[in-house]
Design a protein around this ligand. Structure first.
Ligand code: ADP
Length: 500
């Protein structure tokens, strides 16, 4: 078969076309006879396929390259070549291994075209193929993503239309551009009637509409979410709603829309209010009870002491023992009443106006603990301490309880060493009161902060089980946290945070 006259041009073409250009993707360029046997193949194609010209020249094209990637690939190539020889131009996708032991198949976009010789008659076929796997993968990925985002859209739609909350969207002119079914139902309007209107046009009271107008503007200018609460008198009586407006920022950086969600929180608010009232009542009761118990308790103590002082001679040993038990019981009850009163009083103090000096509070606590420090032979050391926005007496009470415990729960063989330190943690200060005492097993670290929770009997260590509950109450009142880290026999580290 002759391709005379066109040889030079074709050789040049083959040389250049066979190169892969900047990418290392496979490119195949071959000249075939009209019967489909290989006349020439671009050197770059052969090199990449790991074939020599003698492996391919003179053989049917569909038996030469690595078409065995799929069972039908060779057959498909044969059809394409023969169809092109008859009818002109054929294009198809064929999987191929590209080279002999290639681990992956690639997808080749194969075109076969008839070429004319100088006399105008068709003389040969030009086959060209490019690896288009990546493009196809990208197309597949796009198709998958589109399908996923469609599923997501449907999912959002289902959520938004089934939630009892009101979900809506404002445009920059404060008009509703979207309202979910729950909101439309509350308005008693169809989507067509409602959309495009602002709050006032939808029958909101003027103060309510103005408030939302202000908040929409604030959402736009601050580009931050705005939350609020609003009472609403509807057909079901007075309800309380909580809402949040969130800006939707476009690619240009401008706030384009404002989404809103409103939730009916009437039931939650009512329950919270009831709980607060019950708590207040209980606290009042505990306060009065512990306060009123002091008086009869004093009477019991005074009269049992009088009995011993005045009638000691007339009482036998057993009666004196009994009276001793009465006095110990009364002492213990006095301690309980005192601590309980302190516990109920933690929430009675007004919030402080001025920050308190933690070092001064610590000094005051240490002065009260002087006897315990001397008696235990303990050492209390402190680093620099900050000012915190807490009532000075409550800060003192915190230190007193924690250091008092550190001295009390000491190991018999070692004098107590207590260290107090503080470091900044965001807008809070993190305090640490560390000791070298008996420690607390991990499983008890939560429960010791409960009221009356003790890990020891009163004969082992005196106490009422109220001290740490007071500490917790104080710290939480200022939105702080208190916890303990400890390994048994390695002492305790009590941590608490307070606003600075
Ligand atoms: P109380 O000391 O009056 O028993 P607290 O509420 O102060 O009550 O403490 C609760 C319990 O926590 C204590 O009974 C004790 O078992 C444990 N505890 C508290 N502080 C320490 C400490 N520094 N080391 C070991 N155990 C402690």
């Amino acid at each position: 078969m002759s391709v005379a006259g066109t040889e030079g041009t074709l050789d040049h073409l083959l040389k250049n076309l066979g190169r892969s250009g900047t990418s290392d993707r496979f490119r195949l360029v071959c000249l075939l006879s009209l019967e489909g046997s290989v006349l020439k193949c671009s050197p770059a194609t052969l090199e990449r396929a790991g074939l020599a010209p003698s492996d391919v020249v003179g053989r049917p094209f569909w038996t030469t390259m690595w078409w065995d990637a799929s069972p039908d690939a060779g057959e498909e190539v044969r059809h394409a070549v023969l169809r092109a020889a008859e009818g002109g131009f054929v294009r198809c996708d064929v999987p191929s291994r590209v080279e002999k032991n290639a681990p992956h198949t690639v997808l080749l976009d194969l075109t076969v075209a008839r070429l004319r010789g100088e006399d105008g008659a068709f003389t040969c076929l030009l086959v060209e193929a490019r690896d288009v796997s990546e493009g196809r993968l990208a197309e597949e990925a796009i198709a998958r993503l589109t399908a996923e985002s469609e599923t997501q859209r449907r999912l959002y739609e289902a959520i938004v239309s089934s939630t009892p909350d009101f979900v809506y969207v404002f445009d920059r002119d404060h008009r509703f551009v979207f309202a979910n079914d729950a909101l439309l139902k509350m308005w008693g309007k169809t989507r067509e009637e409602a959309l495009g209107k602002n709050c006032l046009e939808l029958g909101y009271e003027p103060w309510h509409a103005e408030m939302h107008d202000r908040e929409i503007e604030e959402t736009v200018s601050s580009r931050r979410a705005i939350r609020g609460e609003v009472p609403f008198n509807g057909t079901g009586g007075r309800r309380i709603y909580e809402y949040i407006f969130v800006p939707v920022v476009a690619a240009s950086g401008e706030v384009e829309l404002i989404t809103g969600t409103t939730r009916d929180v009437t039931d939650r608010k009512t329950t919270e209010e009831e709980l607060r009232r019950v708590n207040q009542d209980l606290e009042q009761f505990a306060y009065s009870a512990s306060h009123d118990l002091k008086e009869p308790l004093r009477t019991v103590k005074i009269y049992s002491e009088l009995l011993v002082a005045r009638y000691r001679e007339r009482l036998d040993g057993k009666a004196l023992d009994f009276l001793d038990n009465v006095r110990t019981g009364a002492d213990r009850m006095e301690a309980l009443v005192r601590d309980l009163l302190a516990y109920t009083q933690t929430s009675r103090l007004e919030k402080p106006g001025e920050p308190a000096d933690a070092m001064a509070a610590l000094q005051a606590a240490l002065a009260n603990l002087e006897a315990a420090i001397t008696e235990s032979g303990g050492v209390v050391e402190a680093g620099a301490l900050p000012y915190v926005t807490v009532h000075a007496t409550q800060l003192q009470s915190l230190f007193q309880n924690l250091i008092g415990n550190a001295l009390k729960y000491r190991r018999p063989e070692a004098a107590p060493v207590v260290s107090i330190s503080a470091r900044r943690q965001d807008s809070f200060w993190l305090f640490c009161v560390a000791d070298n005492g008996i420690g607390i097993q991990p499983e008890f670290r939560e429960q010791i902060f409960g009221l009356f929770k003790r890990l020891h009997t009163k004969d082992e260590y005196s106490g009422t089980g109220i001290g740490l509950a007071i500490c917790k109450r104080i710290v939480e009142r200022y939105h702080g946290r208190i916890w303990v880290g400890s390994e048994a026999d390695e002492g305790c580290r009590f941590y608490f945070t307070l606003p600075g």
